[in-house]
Design a protein around this ligand. Structure first.
Ligand SMILES: [Zn+2]
Length: 301
């Protein structure tokens, strides 16, 4: 390519960004976190470009937005996030974006919400949820709700591919239903095994599959647990706990030491998915596998 044509290509690219969606251009979907991007990917196939705002190593609970992130939010044709209950750092920048371009999944109708998970009475009084657990993608039925809404939204932005979005969404719904049944079957044998999670972010999964969560180390991952809470947790775990789950980016040594001292196995749960997790299905299968491995092995002892 000659120098002049490179410059022209640049000029055309800049112009292109100012124009409404051209016939050739793919809609840009920007998801706040990876699980939502994975669902969006299923709906768009190759008809739209899906990106994730947060790097996988970042906590969705607390992330400092960069200038370039603001630009990406502005450039997107559709922004997909959970809501201020999870990505509180996004609220202010999204206020400058037309509401029609935003899908706030937390507010979608027909979502499934778990019953409050009973931990010990003490924690419960302190951590009464005003809403539900925002990690709502951990119930495959909610992923189906999100996929269908996305198909409708995308069809409005890009009518040419409306059929594809619809077909893709329905294909995903069928897969998610299968996944849901598969997880129910797989996890049934470990339902009675008590465990604690690192942060209180799994109630959608735990509730859906009837698992026996008896506590959590901390309510939100950034918060360090208090000594009194840990002591109480240790007490219940000692009685009926088999396993304690940490998270890939929060592996607090003192917690592991505590767990080992009372004979618990240690597992790892990743609600977001690392680089290797390339589909929504894999994300949930991996999560199910983590529960199964940690709880089942102990059950056989
Ligand atoms: Zn969380």
């Amino acid at each position: 390519m000659s120098r002049a044509s490179i410059i022209w290509a640049g000029v055309i690219m800049v112009l292109g960004q100012c124009l409404p969606l051209a016939a050739e251009a793919k809609p840009k979907v920007l998801a706040s976190i990876k699980p939502l991007a994975l669902i969006a990917q299923e709906v768009t196939g190759d008809k739209a470009q899906v990106d994730t705002l947060l790097p996988v190593t970042a906590s969705p609970h607390d992330y400092p937005l960069k200038m370039s992130d603001h630009r990406r939010l502005h450039d997107a044709d559709l922004v997909l996030w959970v809501g201020p209950q999870l990505e509180s750092f996004l609220g202010r920048s999204l206020a400058n974006i037309p509401p029609a371009k935003i899908v706030t999944t937390y507010d979608l109708p027909h979502l499934f919400w778990p019953q409050a998970v009973e931990t010990d009475g003490h924690q419960h009084a302190n951590h009464q949820h005003t809403g539900g657990d925002p990690h709502l993608w951990l119930d495959p039925r909610n992923a189906q709700v999100i996929a269908r809404v996305l198909a409708t939204k995308l069809a409005a932005i890009d009518p040419q591919s409306a059929k594809d979005y619809q077909t893709n969404a329905e294909r995903f719904v069928a897969k998610a239903e299968q996944l849901d049944q598969q997880l129910s079957r797989q996890l049934a044998p470990v339902k009675m095994q008590g465990f604690a999670v690192y942060h209180e972010g799994y109630s959608h999964f735990v509730g859906r599959y009837g698992l026996h969560q008896i506590g959590y180390v901390t309510y939100a991952p950034e918060r360090r647990p208090g000594a009194r809470h840990l002591k109480e947790l240790q007490g219940i775990l000692k009685q009926e706990g088999k396993c304690l789950f940490v998270e890939p980016y929060y592996q607090v040594e003192s917690i592991k030491t505590m767990a080992k001292s009372i004979g618990l196995k240690i597992g790892v749960l990743d609600p977001i998915g690392d680089q290797q997790v390339s589909s929504y299905q894999l994300l949930l299968e991996k999560l199910g596998q983590s529960f199964l491995t940690c709880l089942a092995d102990v059950a056989n002892n």
